[in-house]
Write a protein that binds this ligand. Structure first.
Ligand SMILES: Nc1ncnc2c1ncn2[C@@H]1O[C@H](COP(=O)(O)OP(=O)(O)OP(=O)(O)O)[C@@H](O)[C@H]1O
Ligand SMILES: Nc1nc2c(c(=O)[nH]1)N=C(CO)CN2
Length: 174
């Protein structure tokens, strides 16, 4: 299954956190392509450090709930501590899209419930999947992004800055 995952970090060495998360992902989901890395103004709780955000496309053989469990375990292994909602974090790994699935469970909603209102998600997602459609809203991600104020999202580095698998290529998965 093809999934889109959102990565976010605003504590410690942020680029290194992204790199380590990508490097640790393969047993859970094999990264295929990555967006650029963006520095973004904090959403929700605004009085916290700036985030780095990116989105990756990956292939997984895990079912959605198993994938969520593995991503949460990976966050803990990378050193994430329990914190407040929308607060600062070493690494956040969210499932945006899982193939064409629509899931509405107490602990797992796909598409991610807040993705359409978050420029820090839609800007990187549009690097990879601008013509994809939001399963509930039916609009393309490009159209949804065009409605948001994206002034708090700025390009920080290309995907090769955090890609731990050798030379980055859009087409070739190493
Ligand atoms: N699509 C999803 N991806 C990741 N977590 C999800 C998803 N849908 C529901 N959740 C639930 O959200 C819970 C809280 O996740 P997390 O700590 O990342 O929240 P948050 O980052 O503060 O807020 P947000 O989810 O709005 O980014 C997770 O434990 C998980 O059960
Ligand atoms: N810019 C930005 N803001 C956030 C982020 C994030 O990844 N980027 N994650 C949050 C956790 O829910 C809360 N706010």
């Amino acid at each position: 299954m093809i999934v889109y995952l959102a990565l976010g970090t605003n504590l410690g060495d942020r680029l290194q956190n992204l790199r380590q998360a990508l490097a640790a992902l393969p047993p859970v989901a094999q990264p295929r392509r990555a967006s650029a890395v963006y520095e973004t103004l904090p959403w929700g709780i605004t009085d916290q450090p700036l985030f780095l955000n990116m989105v990756i496309e990956a292939e997984t053989y895990l079912a959605p709930q198993a994938l969520l469990g593995e991503l949460k375990a990976l966050e803990r292994r990378l050193g994430r501590k329990e914190g407040i909602r929308y607060g600062p974090r070493l690494i956040d790994l969210d499932i945006l899209l899982y193939d064409e699935a629509v899931i509405d469970l107490p602990d797992l909603c796909i598409p991610h419930p807040r993705m359409a209102e978050r420029a820090f998600v839609l800007v990187p997602l549009c690097d990879l999947y601008p013509h994809g459609r939001h399963p509930h809203l039916g609009e393309t991600f490009e159209a949804l992004r065009a409605r948001l104020d994206c002034s708090g999202v700025r390009f920080w580095a290309g995907p090769e800055a955090v890609w731990p698998f050798g030379p980055y290529s859009e087409q070739e998965v190493t």
